[in-house]
Design a protein around this ligand. Structure first.
Ligand SMILES: *[C@@H]1O[C@H](CO)[C@@H](O)[C@H](O)[C@H]1NC(C)=O
Ligand SMILES: *[C@@H]1O[C@H](CO)[C@@H](O)[C@H](O)[C@H]1NC(C)=O
Ligand SMILES: *[C@@H]1O[C@H](CO)[C@@H](O)[C@H](O)[C@H]1NC(C)=O
Length: 209
């Protein structure tokens, strides 16, 4: 009798959790927070919330870095909200470079699917880890560290990068320094670069001041 009681107790305790939240497709109309977006009403969720087709085609590399990053982060792909992961496509023209940058919110794992890419990161102890990857090879970039990707062949390269956050963030160091209105005097003081170099980079990257 006791056994039957325990079985019933287990049955009811497991069915009472039947409404466990399997997913939380982002409602992008609401606010973002460290815990992610609010959930779209489950009744309004369809299979298409779990599909992202924006990585099929190469990104446009006609820009000053000759490269494109196509993100499938929560803002583009609301289905990854709350799941602790996301993905992006990297396209590098022959001269392409993803300049030194960080993802404050995620580690990154990169798989080269076409071409050759020189990748590297700089640890917080300022040790340098650099490797040229061929098709099929994978590299991991620890969270928050400065890193880069450079085309290492005379033809275009493609890679896919996955992140352990739906919202990894992306801060490109040159843009942080030279694409805003932090005064040249302060940029020079805090980077030890000379005035001409700071003005030149601000002109290229759209900074003022
Ligand atoms: C589902 O979407 C419709 C149309 O956007 C909206 O009017 C309705 O309130 C949504 N349902 C729920 C439960 O939020
Ligand atoms: C790529 O970007 C450049 C510069 O913004 C633009 O002129 C060009 O039309 C774009 N190409 C395509 C195919 O969208
Ligand atoms: C710099 O830009 C910010 C917003 O982008 C603005 O609030 C601020 O007034 C600007 N500072 C100067 C010195 O132009």
């Amino acid at each position: 009798m006791l056994h039957i009681f325990i079985l019933f107790a287990l049955f009811f305790s497991s069915t009472s959790h039947a409404s466990v939240q399997d997913f939380c497709v982002a409602d992008l109309k609401g606010p973002d927070s460290p815990a992610g977006f609010f959930c779209k009403a489950p009744a309004n969720v369809t299979v298409d919330d779990f599909v992202f087709t924006g990585l099929k085609l190469a990104g446009n590399t006609s820009n000053i870095i000759s490269a494109a990053v196509s993100p499938a982060f929560v803002a583009q792909f609301p289905g990854v909200n709350g799941l602790g992961l996301s993905i992006a496509r990297l396209d590098l023209a022959p001269a392409g470079v993803i300049p030194l940058h960080t993802h404050p919110g995620a580690s990154e794992i990169l798989l080269v699917v076409h071409g050759k890419i020189t990748v590297g990161f700089i640890s917080s102890a300022n040790s340098v880890y650099v490797k040229t990857l061929k098709r099929g090879e994978v590299f991991v970039f620890p969270q928050g560290l400065l890193h880069f990707q450079v085309n290492a062949a005379g033809y275009k390269a493609t890679a896919f990068a996955s992140f352990n956050s739906p919202n990894p963030g992306l801060q490109i160091t040159d843009f942080a320094l030279f694409a805003n209105n932090l005064t040249s005097a302060l940029v020079e003081k805090t980077t030890f670069l000379d005035h001409a170099q700071v003005k030149k980079l601000k002109a290229i990257l759209g900074g003022t001041g």
